[in-house]
Ligand binder design. Structure first.
Ligand SMILES: NC(=O)c1ccc[n+]([C@@H]2O[C@H](COP(=O)([O-])OP(=O)(O)OC[C@H]3O[C@@H](n4cnc5c(N)ncnc54)[C@H](OP(=O)(O)O)[C@@H]3O)[C@@H](O)[C@H]2O)c1
Length: 307
């Protein structure tokens, strides 16, 4: 099987294109997917560098990547609602790190995939799952965002942030996003009512009044200043720093959930959720995709395509 793999932790130079990877096993609850596109996320860089080695068992060689869109090739005997030929997308995080999405064939637990939204290309669908689920679960579960809430999204122009702005707008919120000035138009086009420049001083001093909820996608100064930005600290959520729990807010660790993927698909097909692809790379240039994401200045998403 053709794919990208690494045999040791390190920089993007450890990523090697191989055509001799073993075909992955297909367990009873597993769907084997032929990959069309694999989204790239900051966590892929963290795993490659070995930063998550204490959190998940790792088995080399490791194929990187947790995001995918593709076509079902085969299904395990316990799978009843997906069949070969179905187009799917998904967030393929398991407890073990080994069979990632930057390869021709990927074993996907059935709970991690859902039908691909019809309105999205494979590249768009492959870029949506991890970041879209993070935004959706943080806004709906941790922050309970609803009609009329003023919601502040830090790092709003990145992979998670661009989805968070659109989902919060779809939930009826008035959205304030932080970004550098080059991305202010990008965020207004996505529905943000106000945009603030994160380099222009503390955000709490730029706000005309405290907001109802804060979604922190940045950590550091943004999170430290959050209690001054919000009316009630229990409505601060961070996906970056678990220290938010000690502040009275909620740390969010995204989960693969088919129901939530279906909801993202419904929003996309209803025209409420757009995927912005900053850059698409062919599989053999996955290392460049990692370097671009690691730089921390992507607007929207980076994706690797196989077909
Ligand atoms: N806990 C979880 O389950 C979970 C899930 C997903 C992601 N995450 C984490 O969430 C973070 C964000 O991920 P992502 O994929 O959205 O990141 P990303 O796509 O790499 O973010 C890039 C964007 O951030 C902007 N930016 C950089 N510094 C900023 C600042 N200080 N304030 C506001 N915007 C800033 C950049 O804009 P400029 O270039 O214009 O500066 C760029 O548009 C990462 O740390 C990731 O690991 C956690």
């Amino acid at each position: 099987m053709r794919g990208i793999a690494f045999d040791r932790f390190g920089g993007s130079d450890v990523l090697t294109l191989r055509d001799d990877l073993p075909e992955p096993p297909v367990g009873p609850d597993t769907v084997l997917v032929r990959t069309h596109a694999a989204g790239v996320n900051p966590v892929d860089v963290g795993i490659r560098e070995g930063n998550l080695a204490g959190l998940f068992p790792h088995h080399f060689p490791i194929v990187p990547g947790w995001d995918l869109a593709g076509t079902v090739e085969a299904v395990g005997p316990a799978v009843v609602d997906l069949a070969p030929g179905d187009e799917v997308f998904g967030y393929l995080r398991r407890d073990d790190v080994q069979w990632g999405t930057a390869a021709e064939l990927v074993p996907a637990p059935q709970r991690c995939v859902a039908p691909k939204p019809e309105s999205l290309s494979f590249a768009e669908a492959g870029a949506l799952p991890l970041a879209g689920l993070t935004a959706y679960q943080a806004l709906t579960e941790a922050l309970d965002v609803g009609e009329g809430d003023r919601v502040l999204v830090h790092r709003a122009a990145g992979g998670v942030g661009f989805f968070a702005v659109q989902i919060a707008v779809a939930l009826g919120a008035h959205v304030v996003g932080t970004a550098s000035p080059r991305s202010h138009g990008f965020l207004r086009d996505a529905g943000a009512a106000e945009v603030l420049d994160y380099s222009a001083g503390p955000v709490s001093e730029q706000l005309s009044a405290p907001v109802d909820a804060v979604l922190d996608l940045n950590g550091g100064d943004a999170l430290a200043d959050a209690p001054e930005q919000v009316r009630d600290v229990s409505r601060i959520a961070s996906v970056v720093d678990p220290a938010v729990n000690a502040m009275g807010g909620r740390y969010v660790f995204v989960r693969p959930e088919r129901h939530d993927l279906e909801e993202l698909g419904r929003m996309a097909d209803a025209g409420q959720l757009r995927v912005a692809i900053a850059r698409a790379f062919p599989l053999e240039r996955t290392a460049e995709a990692h370097d671009l994401v690691a730089g921390g200045h992507v607007r929207g998403k980076v994706v690797v395509t196989l077909r």
